[in-house]
Design a binder for this molecule. Sequence first.
Ligand code: SAH
Ligand code: SF4
Ligand code: F3S
Length: 470
Amino acid sequence: MNLPNMLEAKKRDKNAVIDNYKYKEVKIDDSLIGKKFFVRTYGCQMNEHDGERVKGVLSSQGLILTEIMDEADIIILNTCAIRENAHDKVFGFMGLIKKMKETRPNLLMGICGCMAQEESVVNEIRSKYKYVDFIFGTHNLDSMISVINERVRSGKQNVEVYSVLGNVCEGIPESRDSKYSAWVDIILGCDKFCTYCIVPYTRGTQRSRRYEDIIEEVKGLKELGYKEVTLLGQNVNAYGKDLYKDYDLSNLLRDVSNTGIERIRFVTSHPWDFTDEMIKVISECDNVMPYVHLPIQSGSDRILKLMGRRYTKDEYIELYNKIRSRIKGVSVTTDIIVGFPGETEEDFQCTLDVVNECKFDGAFTFVFSPRENTPAAKLVDDTQVEVKNERLHILNEVVNKYSLEANQKCVGEVHKCLVLGKSEKDETKYMGYTEHMKLVNIVSEDDIIGKIVDVRIEEAKSFSLNGTRI
Ligand code: SAH
Ligand code: SF4
Ligand code: F3S
């Protein structure tokens, strides 16, 4: 048993040596071989990718993935802690599994991901949700099988979570959800400590993977037929800073570009670490896609300071304009939080002003949610929930207006789309993404899944485009 500790999780030791090690296979208890498992993942792309590892590790031990929860012998919830509603969803889901366990006592249920790293969550599960069988954290996904085996051996709830600096484990088996577009981690953790954010606590210290390992992985994916890789990190622009003197994201993008894979994307970018050289590489390499997700969070300098974001509104806009003018056909999306503690009407107006100035291609908008142990959770917050929700509503109207405008500009144009599958809304159509990351529902007579095809855009909505393959 090992319990998470949020104070430990906060520590950063500049002199610590972060080790890379290879995944060591552990055999699963014989009683579980051939059993079925179900995984539900919440949260960001990095967590999605971790979900692919949970599936990969269990499949590598002879267990069988099922999409039908009712027939599973093991259910794993790979959780997200970013906002309270992410928590609520998971606790709600746990209630459902409790019911299932009443009629199926051998059903095993596990929790992993970012909520597993939270002290209060684990304490609550230990005292009130004794039917949860095992918990492992983001730092020890590679020891998942040992954690499960120990639960089977002892018959007791097993919690194995570490709040350590964290190393980098290479070679964990993966069952990727797509055959055409793949996630590739490049930097784990985060050291930015934005005052509202729990990620530096749940994911630990910022640590880059070695570029040789990343490039090998991309080459392997290309050989398997993958058309696209998305390089992942909480702040990809900080890539390499912890590992190399003069090798950063611009170098990595060039090297990954040289593998010849058809499409390269990267998320998320923090404005603080965005250099001119990176903009240059994105604009020069044809297979680096012209799309940047650049969270602004607020348009008020006073709030940005309280958030610990390390840039002013003007610095953000300067960078934004550089990206827009130097990268041909680029689209830029952002993240915005409303209702940060102490946000006044004037502060909120500043946010609307920036949105009106930047006219983002899209924005993910959130109401501030206080997170355990973060500095912002301790600030006086006297804005009523109704006011915050109203601000979110007003902001969304403005944001959606510009998304629609940006999408309308595509009508009549021909865009190259990577087709990932059938359209979710209409089975007779296909679904793909343009180079600048716009979702397109495509009419085509042939099966075009997994291909990059030319599509004439005929109609624009706020969140998607409609078009026909030509
Ligand atoms: N690493 C990324 C963001 C990861 S979290 C970055 O820095 O850009 C994704 C988004 O969730 C953030 O950009 C922020 O807008 C939002 N978010 C994070 N913590 C939040 C909180 N406590 N309340 C509301 N929104 C939050
Ligand atoms: Fe959170 Fe800030 Fe790190 Fe993004 S950069 S993960 S918002 S602390
Ligand atoms: Fe959520 Fe953890 Fe990602 S908190 S957003 S799953 S890093």
